[in-house]
Design a protein around this ligand. Structure first.
Ligand code: SF4
Length: 354
């Protein structure tokens, strides 16, 4: 909490309107100065007070003395041949997080993937972030400034946000929910264009159901049977499938929102015909789309490659079985294969270099 108060005093990007009005008030400026700063940050993507030309010169000088606009510092940027931009940002306490900007040739819109924690406690065995362990939760301001920092750097208008970067968003519910409100109210990205992806944190799913946020909830299911899921998503032991599925049904009936099921395909582990059938069976009562994610190989902490990517044939076979159950199934397009695109890869590489 102390860290956030310090950030709120010193850095303004990522704060909501009420916080910016309070900040203006703390400098004995009228509240409308807070609204002007808000408009410069969120509508014109200003990165400095010098750009805020409708503020009086004296006000700009005082602001420069007391504050700065960006919260995050860009440490590293990788740009893929396909236009994917992968950012490594330093937080005010020196911790690092990754964010990704994705462009799709068949879609006009730009999507941004944001992190919600430094590291992650869930420890999925196919995930580079899982090997980092958990460091800390991000504040709402740190989440929102990932979006604003990417917009300022790229000069691209972001239209979709996915909480699929580092961390488990529903183990940081308060700050994630606050950030969603700021994304809707200040960044002006509608709830229908925001997706929160969870590994299956039941109390967090119940909390989201009560909040009635107009977002899409994605479950990172990854395996349809308890044994395989326990192996690759260890938090299944705490939140087993037989409790998770009813929690999702409740979420659906309260919010009337269609779910997305994310399913990572690991060759020989989660891509079999039996598992495709078991998946259909498990989600038969849910209104959901299924997104298949062919695995991008990563190395574990000892440098050994873990898991393999399934063949194209196996991906298509799995897809057609699930489609026959009446679901809309997509195979996730690969982005940034020539850079460290998988979540946590760039972070790990930079840590190993230092
Ligand atoms: S996949 Fe997501 S939930 Fe699992 S360890 Fe990685 S960041 Fe955490």
């Amino acid at each position: 909490m102390k860290r956030q108060q310090e950030n709120e005093i010193n850095c303004l990007s990522g704060l909501n309107l009420a916080e910016l009005e309070d900040f203006a008030h703390s400098l004995e400026m009228p509240a409308f100065r807070g609204r002007q700063i808000h408009s410069w940050i969120y509508e014109k993507y200003a990165g400095s007070f010098d750009e805020m030309t409708d503020l009086p010169a004296a006000a700009r000088e005082l602001l420069k003395e007391k504050a700065k606009v960006p919260l995050l510092e860009l440490k590293h940027l990788q740009v893929s041949k396909d236009g994917t931009r992968k950012y490594l940002f330093a937080l005010p306490d020196g911790q690092l997080v990754e964010s990704v900007l994705m462009r799709f040739a068949d879609r006009k819109t730009i999507s941004a993937c944001v992190s919600s924690q430094v590291g992650c406690a869930v420890g999925c065995t196919f995930c580079a972030t899982g090997y980092l362990g958990f460091k800390r939760n991000l504040t709402s301001q740190e989440i929102v400034d990932q979006i604003m920092s990417m917009q300022r750097e790229s000069e691209l208008r972001i239209a979709n946000i996915v909480f699929m970067g580092q961390g488990e968003p529903l183990l940081n519910c308060d700050e994630v929910i606050k950030s969603v409100h700021t994304i809707i109210d200040s960044v002006k990205i509608g709830g229908r264009h925001i997706t929160i992806s969870t590994s299956g944190i039941i109390p967090g799913i119940n909390r989201l159901a009560k909040e009635h946020l107009p977002i899409t909830l994605a479950l990172s299911l990854h395996a349809p049977d308890p044994q395989t899921r326990e192996q690759i998503v260890p938090i299944t032991k705490k939140f087993p499938l037989h409790e998770l599925i009813p929690a999702l049904r409740n979420y659906e009936s309260v919010t009337k929102r269609r779910l997305t099921i994310e399913y990572v395909m690991l060759a020989g582990v989660t891509d079999t015909v039996e598992q495709a059938k078991a998946l259909c069976d498990l989600v038969r009562d849910l209104h959901c789309n299924v997104n298949l994610i062919p695995f991008n190989p990563i190395e574990d902490s000892t440098g050994k490659q873990i898991y393999e990517r399934p063949s194209r044939q196996s991906q298509e076979k799995f897809k057609s079985i699930v489609e026959r159950s009446g679901r809309t199934v997509t195979i996730r397009l690969e982005r940034g294969t020539d850079i460290d695109a998988a979540c946590g890869q760039l972070h790990n590489k930079m840590l190993n270099k230092n």
